[in-house]
Design a protein around this ligand. Structure first.
Ligand SMILES: C[S@@+](CC[C@H](N)C(=O)[O-])C[C@H]1O[C@@H](n2cnc3c(N)ncnc32)[C@H](O)[C@@H]1O
Length: 254
């Protein structure tokens, strides 16, 4: 089953068979489509052009030969997504940021420009998208405080880096793939107990994240959108490790 970045296809409501039900459903779809089109156009015409980069647009993973029922296609976050729940003052130079499914690099650029992270890493499955991200990173060298390391990899496999303290997720994958990724994060927490924050946009796997027993919800931002469903799917949440996750052995930051 195909999904857009909000994962809407799996969470689609079953509408009743009455005419009113169909009309309401159509109105909701129209509002959503119009809202997304307007946002993409604004991105392309205003911000991307002003910065001389290319981050806008929706790119289905099928077009990149990477289709999978639990992976989500490319769709950029808003330009201020990270700052909606994480203030610059809450980050210091010991913190290391990673965007899981970094796409064309919009959020790694936000992290490298507005925060004092020691390292900023983007992991992206698609070599094509990662190349665009790398070009965007180069084009914004005059704006960044720190370089951005783009890594082409499947984030659900391999070893999660033990120095990462802030994880960004814009709903890159769901279900079993999400669990697999969280297993790598928890293995890292066990190797090196520490405070880790997760910024999760469109947090479809909120329950799975809490079920790990390692994270708690700290705060969330719910945007103004045409429908309640869109407000929910467009929300951004900040989680952090429980004190117990570090078992009182939190190590000093390097
Ligand atoms: C919704 S986009 C988010 C892009 C970017 N993080 C942002 O917020 O602008 C999700 C991204 O996750 C990537 N992705 C999906 N599965 C992945 C995986 N297993 N490993 C790495 N990246 C993945 C997709 O290629 C896509 O670029």
């Amino acid at each position: 089953m195909k999904r857009d970045a909000t994962g809407s296809s799996t969470d689609r409501r079953r509408f009743g068979t009455s005419r009113v039900g169909h009309a309401t459903a159509r109105a909701g779809v129209t509002a959503k489509t119009t809202w997304h089109r307007t946002r993409r156009l604004a991105d392309r015409l205003v911000t991307d052009r002003r910065l001389g980069i290319a981050t806008a647009g929706h790119i289905p993973l099928a077009r990149l030969g990477l289709d999978h029922p639990e992976r989500v296609s490319y769709e950029p976050s808003g330009w201020r997504t990270l700052r909606l729940v994480l203030a610059a003052e809450e980050v210091d130079h010991d913190d290391v940021f990673i965007d899981i499914g970094a796409g064309k690099g919009r959020v790694v650029l936000e992290a490298a420009t507005y925060y004092d992270f020691r390292r900023v890493i983007g992991v992206e499955l698609s070599p094509e998208l990662a190349r665009v991200a790398q070009a965007n990173v180069s084009a914004m060298s005059g704006h960044r405080h720190v370089d951005v390391e783009m890594i082409i990899a499947d984030a659900t496999q391999g070893v999660f880096p033990d120095d990462v303290t802030v994880i960004f997720l814009y709903n890159p994958f769901r279900g079993v793939l999400f669990d697999r990724f969280m297993t790598t994060v928890i293995a890292s927490l066990d190797r090196r107990p520490r405070r880790v924050r997760v910024v999760y946009r469109s947090p479809f796997e909120h329950e799975r994240l809490l079920e790990t027993g390692r994270f708690r919800l700290v705060r969330q931002h719910c945007p103004l959108r045409p429908s309640a469903k869109m407000r929910e799917t467009g929300s951004v949440r900040l989680y952090e490790t429980h004190q117990t996750a570090t078992r009182g052995r939190e190590q000093p930051k390097r």
